[in-house]
Ligand binder design. Sequence first.
Ligand SMILES: Nc1ncnc2c1ncn2[C@@H]1O[C@H](COP(=O)(O)OP(=O)(O)OP(=O)(O)O)[C@@H](O)[C@H]1O
Length: 256
Amino acid sequence: MNSEPADIIQVRNLTLRYSDGKESLKDINLSIKANAINVLFGPANGGKSTLLRTLNRLNDLTDVSVMQGEVLFNGKNLLDPDIDVIELRRTIGIVFSRPVVLPMTIYENISYGLALAGIRSKVQQKERVKEALQQAVLWDEVYDRLDTPAAELSGGQKQRLCLARSLALKPEVIMLDEPTSALDPVSTANIEDLLQRIKEELTIILVPHNTQQAARMADYAAFFLQGELVEWGTGEQIFTRPKEKKTQDYVEGRFG
Ligand SMILES: Nc1ncnc2c1ncn2[C@@H]1O[C@H](COP(=O)(O)OP(=O)(O)OP(=O)(O)O)[C@@H](O)[C@H]1O
C-alpha cells in the first residue's frame, strides 16, 4: 500500500442487542478503509456476522431490541430510518458462505437483479453481465453456456457467480461472510486472487473462514471476541505485533 486509504465507513459507538437480551455488539468503533481488504476475524459468536448484517440493514429483518450508535457512509448515518435500504443494499452488497444461485440460467442469475435495480435495456444488461462475469473471473469458463442452468456449475463457480451478481450492481463495498468455507483449496485460491484484484475498484469487508486466511488477505484486520472489538489495525500489525494479549493468544492458536 502506498498511502493510507480513506475511511469509507465509520462505525461509532455501535451497540446491538437482540431481543433475547444478548448484547452482540458492544460499543464498537471501527473505520473501514477504502480500496482495501478489511478483515473481521475471531472465534464464533464474536459478532462479525451481526456487524455485516448491520452495515446493509439486513438486521432490519431480525429481532433486534436495541441499536445505538451510528455508522457513517457517504456522509450519512446508514442506521437512519429514512435511508433508502434497497439502494443501500445495492451500494453495500453481501455474499454469503453457501453460494445460493437462483433456479435460472447463468445469464438470468445476473440479469434478474439488474432488472430489479431498474436496468431494463437488454443491451445494457448484456454488457453488465459480461463485465461482471469478467470481474469475477468466470467469463472464460461460462461464456458459451450462459443459457444453461446455474445449478450445473461447480461450488466454486457458483460462488463466483454470486459475486458477479453483486458486482453487476456496481457496489462501492462488497461484504463476504466466510465466502470460501464450502469450497475446495483451488476454488478458495481463485476467490482470494480475485478479491485481491477487485479491491482496486471497490472496498472489501471479509469475514474469513480461518485465521490463516485472515492473515493472508488482510490489509486491515479487526479482532472480535464475544461482541467486543478487541483491537484493529493493519493486517501486518495485528498478525505480527498485536497490542492485546487476547489477540496474540488467538492469532497464535492458543484458543479458538
Ligand atoms: N437473529 C439472532 N437472534 C438472537 N441472537 C443472535 C442472532 N444472530 C446472532 N445472534 C447472537 O449474537 C452473537 C453474535 O453472533 P454472530 O453470528 O454475529 O457472530 P460471528 O462472530 O459472526 O460468529 P460465527 O463465526 O459463528 O458466524 C451470538 O451470541 C449469537 O448467538
